[in-house]
Design a protein around this ligand. Sequence first.
Ligand code: NAG
Ligand code: NAG
Ligand code: NAG
Ligand code: NAG
Ligand code: NAG
Ligand code: NAG
Ligand code: NAG
Ligand code: NAG
Ligand code: NAG
Length: 687
Amino acid sequence: MSLANEEKKCLLFEYEHEKCKPSGKSRRFVNANRLFYTLFIVSVLVFIALYAAISWHDKGLNNYFSTVNDSKSITDQENSTKSDSEISGNSTIIPNLTTSESISTTQIPFKDDCSVPVFDPWDETVKPFLTDTDFTKNCDRTWKPYTELKNGTWRIVQEKPGMSCKARCHHFPDLTSSVKISDWFEPGPTDCQFLEAACWEKGLISEKEVYGYIHTQIPPSKREKMEKPKIRKSENPDVFVFILDSITPHSAKRSLPKTLEHFKSKHQAVDFPFLSQVGVRSQMNAFALFFGKQVEAGTIKGGKPLEADWAEEEYCKKYLDDKHNIFRDFGDAGYTTVHIDDWYLQTLTYNPVCLGFEHYYTNHTFYPFTYINEVSGIKKTKDSLKGSDLCRESFHGAIDYFDQFAEAYSDRPMFALQWFVMLGHEKLTWAKRGDDPMLAWFERNFELFDNAFVIITSDHGFRAGSSDYYQTEIGAFEKHNPFLQISVPKKYRDNGILEVMRENAQRLQTHYDTRATILDILKYQPSSNFTDRSTLKIPDEKGNSYLRHQPSTPRNCETLPIPQQYCICKSKSTDMMNVDGLADRFGNALLKHIEDELVRLNLTSLCHSFKVTEVVSLDLHGDSIGSKAMYQISVKTNLPAHFDAVITEDKETGKMEFEEIERLDRYGTTADCSAPINFTSLCYCKN
Ligand SMILES: *[C@@H]1O[C@H](CO)[C@@H](O)[C@H](O)[C@H]1NC(C)=O
Ligand SMILES: *[C@@H]1O[C@H](CO)[C@@H](O)[C@H](O)[C@H]1NC(C)=O
Ligand SMILES: *[C@@H]1O[C@H](CO)[C@@H](O)[C@H](O)[C@H]1NC(C)=O
Ligand SMILES: *[C@@H]1O[C@H](CO)[C@@H](O)[C@H](O)[C@H]1NC(C)=O
Ligand SMILES: *[C@@H]1O[C@H](CO)[C@@H](O)[C@H](O)[C@H]1NC(C)=O
Ligand SMILES: *[C@@H]1O[C@H](CO)[C@@H](O)[C@H](O)[C@H]1NC(C)=O
Ligand SMILES: *[C@@H]1O[C@H](CO)[C@@H](O)[C@H](O)[C@H]1NC(C)=O
Ligand SMILES: *[C@@H]1O[C@H](CO)[C@@H](O)[C@H](O)[C@H]1NC(C)=O
Ligand SMILES: CC(=O)N[C@H]1CO[C@H](CO)[C@@H](O)[C@@H]1O
C-alpha cells in the first residue's frame, strides 16, 4: 500500500548492532534437506553466513545438511554431532540437538524441489542499508497525558494554573455514515468509546491549544448488551492474528529481537521462514488471508495462468458485506471480534479507494481512532501521535485498544485481527522502535497469549527499499518473503501439534495455508480437541492447515498458487546485461507496456510518460528451453520511478507478456491523482 504520509524527520547514522559481526565470506552454499535445522542453526549462530539450497529427499533423518557447492547433492551419512567450531569452510553442519528441538525420526514423505537461499540477517551486503531511522529517539519519555478515561469516567490528572480541559466524542453510527462529533464537555462519566480530550491555556489574545489526546474504552454498558456466548474458551481458544506490515523473517530478527526471543522461548512459537506473498500490495495479500480469494492475476512458474477469483470491480467497487470472510466466520461461531488497523485508509478494506464494508463487520473496530488521528481531530491531538515529540504513535493506541478489548471479553472466546501498518512499512529498520513496546505488550499479556493461538505474520516483503538494496541478493529475497510465526495454546503443545508444524515449517507456504490453519482452528480441530493431524482438504480453500500433515505432493513455485515473480524458491538465473542491445530492448518494451496500461486505464492525461535512464539488471530465469524465455528486469526512469517486472518472451514470435509490475520507489502521493479514475502505482502524476 502507499502511505500518503508526510516525510518523517530521520537521523541517518551508520547502524551499529551488538550482533553485527563480520560474517567472513558473505555467501556460502549449504544444501539442506532439513530446513528446520538450517533455521535452528541460523538463529543460534546468526554470525554465520549461510546460503542454503534446500531440496527435500526422502532419506529420513540421516541427512541433515552439508555445506556444499550449488551443484552438489546431499549425502546421507553426515549425522555425527559436531561442535560449533567446526562450522567453517565446507564442513558438514550438524546442529547440537536438544530434546525440545529434535523432531520425530519418521521418514519425510515429501520431495519439494524448492531451493531457498538462507542468509545471515546481518550479512555484509545488507549492512550499508541498516541506517538508524528511529525518529522517536529524542522524544520525551517522561511525558504523561494530562487526562484519563477510566471506569467510564474521564478526568483531568494534571492540573495547571490557567489551563482548562474538555473532551468530545467521535462516533460512527455505522461504518459508512459520517462521523458524529459531540460538543466539548466537562469531566465526568461517559459511554464514549473514542474520546478526544483537549486543553487550552489563556493567551494574550485568544486561547491557545496546548494538548490533545485520544482516549478509548470498551464501556461496560456496551459489553453488558452483548449476548452470552454460546461457546467456551475451553473448546474454542482465543485466536489473535497480528500483521506486521512489510516485515520479513530477516528484518524481524534485526528489528524485533527481544519480542521474537520472548515469543519463541515463552510461547514456543514455530517459525515459518518460507512464506511467499501472492500479490503485490497489502490488500491483495489480505484478500488471500481473510477472504481466501486471489485478486491479482498472474502466471505460475512453468507457465500456468493464475486466474484472479475477483476482478477489481468485485472486490473494490462493491461492498464486501455479503462476501464470505474470516470476521464473519468467527462472529457466526460465537467469537467476540475486533479489527484493529492503525491506518485510517484501512489496509484490508479501503486501501486506498475501495468501498470496503458498508456496515460494521466486527463487534469492535479501531477505525474511529485512526479517523480522529488523521482527519477529525484538532492539531494537538494529531501531533500527539507523531512519535517524535511524545513517543506515542497510532500503534501504541492500537495496542491499548487491544488490551481494553481483551480485558472486557476475557470470559469468552475472542478473535482479533490487528494490522500494524505504521510500524515497519517505510524503512528497513523502522520496526526497531517497536521492539520494546511489543515486548512489554507480550509480557503483560503473557497468560492470555499463552492460552491462545497467536499468529504473527506480514502481508508482503519489504517494498520501500532503494533500488540498490534490491540489487543485493538478500534484498531481492526480502522483497517477497513475509514473516510468519505461530504459537499454540500451552495445553495443546504436547499433543504432536508442534512436531507437525515444524515439519510444515520446512516447506514453502502461502497466505492460503495460514488461512486454512485459521479455519482449521475455528471449525475442524475443536471436535478432536486439537489432536487431528490427518490431511484435510477444506472445501473451496486453496491452502492446507499447518496443524496437519500437508499433502506430500511437492510444494514449489510450479504447484502453489503464487504468481511467479513473488515465488521465493530459487531458480537458475543468468545475467543478460552484457548481451548486445538486449537490456535496451527489454527496458523500452517495459515502458511501452506501462504506457499502454495508462492508456487502457484512461490515465494518460493525468500521468507523465517515462523514459529509460538505466536498466539496472536483466536476468534470464530458468534454462530457456522450450519456446518461452522468462526475464526479470529492473528499470530506472527519468522521473523518480523505478520498476521491476517479469517479462516472458516467445522466442519464435517475439511477443512479450508482462506480469504485475512492481514500482519500487517510495511513490507516496505521486500516484494519487489516478485514484478517482483507476488507481495504479504506474502513474506519476503531472501535478
Ligand atoms: C564448487 O563449484 C565450483 C564451480 O562450479 C567448482 O569450481 C569448485 O571446484 C566446487 N568446489 C567444491 C568444493 O565442490
Ligand atoms: C546416523 O544416525 C543413525 C540413527 O541415529 C545411526 O544409526 C548411524 O550410525 C549414524 N551414522 C553416523 C555416521 O553417525
Ligand atoms: C551441545 O550439547 C552438549 C551435550 O548436551 C552440551 O553440553 C553443549 O553445551 C551443547 N552446546 C551448545 C552450543 O548448545
Ligand atoms: C471503578 O468504578 C467502581 C464502581 O463504580 C469502583 O468501585 C472502582 O473503585 C473504580 N475504579 C477506579 C480505578 O476508579
Ligand atoms: C457481536 O456480538 C454479538 C454477540 O453478542 C453477535 O450477536 C453479533 O453478531 C456480533 N457481531 C457484530 C458484527 O456485531
Ligand atoms: C483436551 O486436551 C487437553 C490437553 O491435552 C486436556 O487438558 C483436556 O482435558 C482435553 N479435553 C477434552 C474434552 O478431552
Ligand atoms: C478504468 O479502466 C478500465 C479498464 O480496466 C476502463 O474500461 C475504464 O473506462 C476506466 N475507468 C475510467 C473511469 O476511466
Ligand atoms: C477518461 O478520462 C477523462 C478525463 O480524465 C474523462 O473525461 C473521460 O470520461 C474518461 N473516459 C472514460 C471512458 O471513462
Ligand atoms: C575449509 C575447508 O574445510 N576446506 C575443505 C573443503 O573441502 C575440500 C575438498 O573436500 C578440502 O580440500 C578443503 O580443505
